[in-house]
Design a protein around this ligand. Sequence first.
Ligand code: ATR
Length: 288
Amino acid sequence: MEIRWNTKLYCLIGQPINKSLSPIIHNNIFKTLNQNSIYLAFNIEEDEIKSTIDGFKAMGVGGFNVTIPYKKSIIKYLDDISKEASIIGAVNTVKNHNGKLIGYNTDSGGFLQTFYDNNIDIKNKNILIIGAGGAAYAIASSLAMEGVNSINIANRTLENSILLERNINKINNEIMTKVVNLSLNNLNKKKMDIIINTTSLGMYPLENMAPLELNGFSSNTVVYDIIYKPCETRLIRDAKAREFKTFNGMSMLLNQAILSQNIWGNLDKKINIEIFKKIEGILPNYIE
Ligand code: ATR
């Protein structure tokens, strides 16, 4: 694509951003759509958020993504946020709507999309979430909004599990919740339908680690590891060896980006799956 005077700018802000795949994903989407737009990433300091987004407004940037560690702190600088972003307490996508900056969260939708695309109905499912950090919050919130039967939380730090459990109960008090210990000896493993790893165990440089052992789980268990580097973590390998259904973090990463493009109005939802398949084939080339 040729950059011209009227090329529309989209951005990413965060720190660090040097490993981000978002520029690859979004610029490939623009290329596929033959759209006169470009996506650039900016590594900014916390005290530069306001001046950065004032600049975005002044320059008429179409929209931007926000990544770690600013998904919460960005909120106070925005003109409004969606109900979903407000429930999750984090924004990863901002649309410039005629000079007003509106915040959204597509991490949660991006996570759920994997289940929709694979015809897995998560209502009535029993979920085990490993970890209780930022990613676990977005995922647990989306599961709570969607409605599942139970959410069981296992995390290294007990206090963080308890805070996450409270957050789930606040969103949907009909979901059964339980804090379990990392050894999982107080969990009915056979009843679990879906295991989700939200920790960094298994991610480069901890590739040799797995957040849990899979013995004792039913053969129908679905294992979703949100790590995408490497594409196949030790947990995913263990799950495949047991012939469990598995998903890696690539689908969540790609779906959240596609949903951002839907919000910015660049991509018609009808071709989301087509775009997903196209970019999914390109991405592994960029994962070092
Ligand atoms: P993110 O925003 O990616 O979720 P985070 O908020 O730092 O990152 O959360 C990381 C999660 O991985 C936390 O649940 C963390 O456990 P603690 O609450 O005890 O900190 C978990 N985690 C990170 N390193 C871990 C390790 N070596 N062993 C077990 N859990 C780990």
